[in-house]
Design a binder for this molecule. Sequence first.
Ligand code: AHR
Length: 626
Amino acid sequence: MLYKFLLLLVVLSSLAGLVRAQTTLHIDLAAPTRAMSPTLYGLMTEEINHSFEGGLYAELIRNPAMKDPAYKLDHWDVVKGGGEGSIALEKGIAGPTPALNASLRMDITQAAANGGMSLGVMNTGYWGIPVLANTTYQVSFYAKAAPGFTGSLRVALERSLDEQVWAETKLGAPTGEWKKYTCTLQTGAVKDVSGLNRFVLSASGAGQLWLTQISLFPPTYHNRPKGNRVDMMEKLAAMHPTFLRFPGGSYLDPGHYEWKKAVGPADERMGHLSEWKYWSSDAMGLLEFLLWCEELQMEPVLCVSDGRGWLPHEGDVGGLVQDALDEIEYVSGDVRTPWGARRAADGHPKPFVLHYVEVGNEDYFDSTFVYEQRFARFFDAIKAKHPGIQVISTIRNLKDRKPDVVDEHYYLRPTDFERQVHLYDNYSRTGPKIFVGEWASIEGQPTPNLHAALGDAAWMTGVERNSDIVVMEAYAPLLCNVNTGATQWPTNLIGFNARGSFGSPSYYVLQLFGSQHGNQLVHALLEGQEHLYQSVTRDDKTGTVYVKLVNINADAQPVDLTLAGASGLAPEGTATVLTGDTPASTNSIDRPENIVPVATVLKGVGPTFRYTLAPYSVTVLQLKTQ
Ligand code: AHR
C-alpha cells in the first residue's frame, strides 16, 4: 500500500514538473515589427527629498546665504579662537547683491594674541561634509568689515571630532566694501570615512565683519564650476536616459515656480521656500537643468506653470502663457532674441534643442474644469510660434485641443502594477501618445525593495512592449537624501547621503531596461505559468535580440524559448540577472550593492532552448542574430 502511495507521489510530482516545464516564450522574428520609441527611457526630477539642496547640486555648505529656512543662522556655529566675541544674523545692511540681503556678523570684542585667529564660524554641511584625499575644494564668499578692522581671514576644512586640519588657506583683510573672495582648499593624505567634518572661516584682529554666500564645492561632474555631484551623475548616466522632465512635479505649481528668478548669476537669485517645505536657493535653476541635460545628452522636457493650485479658477493665465513663451525662447532661442541673449549672457550662447513642453502638472486632481481652457491658451500660443514643439497635457480626453502627448502618473503597490501590465495593449494607436511621466511601485522606504522592483519590472515590460505609443517614461521621485528628516516621499529610486549614493533594486531594473534594448518591438507570446512577464526588442543594425523576462514567483521557472525566423543565431549570448534572497531584500547606504545585476555567458542558444529563471528575478537575455 505504502509502495503504491509513494509511486503515485513520484508520478504526480513528475507530472507537475512536466506541466511547469511547458512555459514557453514564442518569439517571432519574421513577424512585422513596430518601431520602439527612441526616447522611452528618461528621468523626472524636482526639488524634493533634498534632491538638489544637499544633493545633486554639489554645494557642501548648508544655509550659505543665511536665509534657510527663514532668515536664520541655522547650521552656523561659533568656533572659539584666541579672542572673544559673538556672531549674529544681520538683515539691516545692504548686501553685495539685492538677493543677498542677509549676512552673518562677527563681533570680535577682543583680538587673539600674536595675530592668531580671534574667532571663527563653522558649518557642518548637509548632514556632514566628506573630505577626500588629494582633492581641491573651491571656496568663495563675500566679506566686508567695519572701519578700523585690521584682521585677516582664514578658511579651513577640519575633522569635527578633534579639529584635525585637513586643509587651510589664509586670505587678506576685508575692507569696508563687500568683496568676493575665492580660493581653494587642497587636501593631502586624508583618511576620513566618517564624513563628519566642518568648514571653518575665521578672522584675526578685532572689530566687526560681515560674511555671506559662503560656498564650498568638491570636484564636480565634468568639472563644471558649481556643477553636480560625480557619484550621482554617474549613476544617472548608467541609466542611459534620453530626456529630463523638470522642474516638477508638485514643485512646479502650488508654490508657482518662477523660472525668471532662477536664471542669471546665482548670487542674484533670491531663493524660495519650496513646495516640500524647505529652503530652495534656486541655485539649481533653469540653465543648470539644461547643463545637466547637456552633460548626459538628454533632451529637456520643460514643464511650464499653468497656475494650478494658486491662480483662482477664473484667473487669467495670459501672463503665464507669455512666461512659457519666454522660457522656450531662453532654452532654444537664437542669441538675437531677447531671452536667447539672456541665455548667452548667462554663459551658453548655443541654443538647446527643445521638442517637448508640458503644460502644468497633475491638473486632474483639482483643475479638470479649468484645464481645458488653460491648455488651449498654451497650446495655441506655443504651436503658433514653435510648430515643431510637442505639447504635453496632464489630462486625457480634452475636447477642444488634441495634445501631442498625455502625461499619466501611477503610484501603486507592486501587485497592482502587475495587474496593469496589459494596460497599454489596447490603447488607441491614433490618439495622443503617452508619457508615463511619474510612476513607482510603493514598497520599501526610503527606497524600493526587491518586491517593488519586480512590480516595476513587470509594468515596464508592458510599457516597453507598447512603446510605439508610450513614447516616454520616468520613475519618480528620482533622488532622496536618506538622512532622518531629509525625505518627504516614501519610496525613491536613488538614495544618498553626504558620503555616497546607492541604487535601489528598482534603479537596477531601470538601468537594465534603459541600457539593453533594441529599436524594434518584436512579436512575442508567453504561455504557461502565472506571474511571468516578457518584452522582446531587436536592434536592426546589430541583429541583437533583447529578451526581458520577469519572474515574480518564489521558485525557479524553466522557460522554453522558440525563435522563429532567426537567421545566423549565435550559440552563445549573455544573461543578466537581478535577484535577491527575499522580496523584502533591498539595498541601502550601508549595503549599496546587496542586489545588483550579474551578467554571465549564456550557452546553448538555438532556435529552441530552455532557460531557467531564478526565483524573484529580472533577466535580460542578449541573443546574437544576423
Ligand atoms: O513624485 C512626487 C510627487 O508625486 C510629484 O511632485 C507630484 O507630481 C506627484 O503627486
